[in-house]
Design a protein around this ligand. Structure first.
Ligand SMILES: [Zn+2]
Length: 482
């Protein structure tokens, strides 16, 4: 039995005859249903980079230096030394386990293998001012994907981003909400979506002119409501917050959300930001200087790093060390994006219908799952129901034929062998005898169970169990997280 990949709980004949889902045509919409930086640390900034007043969304500072000193560049709360040590110890233990389990000592997940669902929450004042258009949100997603894939010159990290939902709210007190305020908590309590793997990205225009702030992954467990990033609306691509209007505030804050510190964390110390390939830096850089603020330590200042304070046009990369750290941090604290309802539904569209969902269909099917609230049994059953609805859709049957996923393919019913074969192809994206099986043992195991299902071999109660086993299998879940 060792070679049979799917040995999960056999729920084949659990008499869970959940509602018979009628075939839907998926081609149509289913919608009807601050830290303050001590100024003494800034002494090594190159002259000439601090070229006059900075005005951002109506807030003016005498210079970039003053702006940086005010803490408005990034209001993510600082992590003190004791906390940093505690986090680091835990990370090192976690990475030691990953290294051991990998067998080879290598454990970084493949580039682009983790897609993070993004929930945008655009906050406007009561008159509707401060909107961020869909095209600018899409441009922000493009900036994130270019930055995290190394297209701009850095490491090709495991992370990619997909917009799964956008909310727009007119609320003046939330529009001006600042880091740590009552209004921030009120806003997030009302709007936050998804689990720890879901990125909630708010845009507003805080009263103290902050460019942005984030929570760290280790904050999630004790205060999940506050998890996410908040960015100045004018910092998104196409905004007015020059020189911080190319979308890199989003990239920087998401770096924090993934567990990265500023490159100047800890100053000129060997631990510094806990990433070995980002040279130590004494203080934040602004503008785009060339400097070496820790001359006794290797390397010059990483002003081109997304986790510094330089201009958007200056920063273009994460390092391999930052990629590894954020990968471990995500696994340690954030888990698997496939557990997110909208991410899950989108994946059904991609796997069954080979296309992106329409907004109405995505919302409808995700709603089937989110109506369960926190009831895990309900959620697990609804996820199977939703996936089964895709099996029964006419679009999938057509898709399966044109994609030659199965031939011959006699609609409207599958025989058991075809159903098992297709389950491998759709959920695991491979043939039954491809690696890691390398034989038909797994296929025969599941086919035997389906054929022997006492609840009527072709009954939906039996199919329900198979779908569930695939959805909950380690191999399926690993497609999205490990
Ligand atoms: Zn920051």
């Amino acid at each position: 039995m060792k070679k049979i990949i799917f040995r999960l709980t056999l729920l084949l004949c659990a008499a869970s005859l959940v509602l018979m889902l009628t075939a839907r045509d998926f081609s149509t919409t289913a919608a009807n249903n601050a830290s303050t930086i001590p100024s003494t640390q800034l002494g090594q900034q190159n002259k000439g980079q601090d070229d006059g007043p900075v005005t951002i969304n109506g807030h003016t500072w005498a210079s970039k230096k003053v702006f940086i000193e005010s803490g408005a560049r990034c209001a993510t709360p600082p992590v003190d030394e004791a906390k940093q040590q505690e986090i680091q110890k835990s990370l090192e233990e976690f990475e030691a386990r990953r290294s051991e389990e990998s067998g080879t000592g290598e454990f970084l997940r493949a580039p682009g293998s983790v897609t993070i669902p993004v929930y945008f929450h655009v906050i406007r004042d009561s008159n509707g001012n401060g909107d961020v258009s869909d095209s600018r949100l899409d441009a922000q997603i493009n900036v994130l994907n270019a930055s995290f894939s190394g297209q701009t010159g850095g490491a090709n990290t495991p992370f990619r981003f997909v917009k799964v939902e956008t909310t727009r709210t007119n609320n003046t007190s939330w529009y001006f909400a600042s880091q740590g305020s009552f209004e921030e908590r009120q806003m997030k309590t009302a709007l936050r979506r998804g689990g720890p793997y879901s990125l909630n990205f708010y845009t507003n225009s805080s009263s103290d002119g902050l460019l942005g702030w984030a929570t760290f992954p280790w904050d999630y467990s004790f205060d999940p409501t506050m998890d996410g990033v908040v960015c100045l609306n004018a910092s998104l691509p196409g905004g007015s917050a020059f020189p911080y209007n190319a979308g890199d505030t989003g990239t920087h804050e998401i770096g924090h959300w993934l567990g990265l510190y500023h490159t100047f964390q800890g100053g000129c110390s060997t631990t510094n930001d806990e990433v070995s390939d980002t040279p130590a830096e004494a203080s934040p850089a602004f503008g785009c200087p060339f400097r070496d603020s820790c001359p006794s330590l290797p390397g010059t200042d990483p002003v081109e790093n997304f986790m510094d304070y330089s201009d958007d046009s200056c920063m273009f990369r994460f390092t391999n060390g930052q990629s590894t750290r954020s990968d471990s941090m995500f696994l340690q604290y954030r888990g698997n994006p496939i557990d997110d309802a909208r991410f899950f539904v989108r994946q059904q569209y991609l796997d069954f219908l080979l296309r992106e969902p329409d907004a109405g269909g995505l919302g409808f099917w995700a709603g089937q799952i989110t109506q369960c609230g926190t009831n895990q049994t309900c959620i697990a059953n609804k996820r199977v129901d939703v996936s089964r609805a895709f099996w029964q859709s006419s679009e999938f049957r057509q898709q399966a034929r044109t994609a030659n996923m199965l031939n011959p393919f006699p609609p409207p019913e599958y025989n058991n062998g075809q159903f098992i074969d297709l389950s491998y192809r759709v959920y695991l994206q491979r043939a039954p005898n491809d690696p890691p099986d390398n034989n038909f043992d797994g296929y025969n195991f599941w086919l035997g169970n389906l054929n022997g299902c006492t609840n009527g071999g072709g009954d939906y109660g039996c199919y329900h169990g198979i779908v569930r086993a695939f959805l909950e299998s380690i191999e399926y879940r690993k497609r999205f997280a490990q």
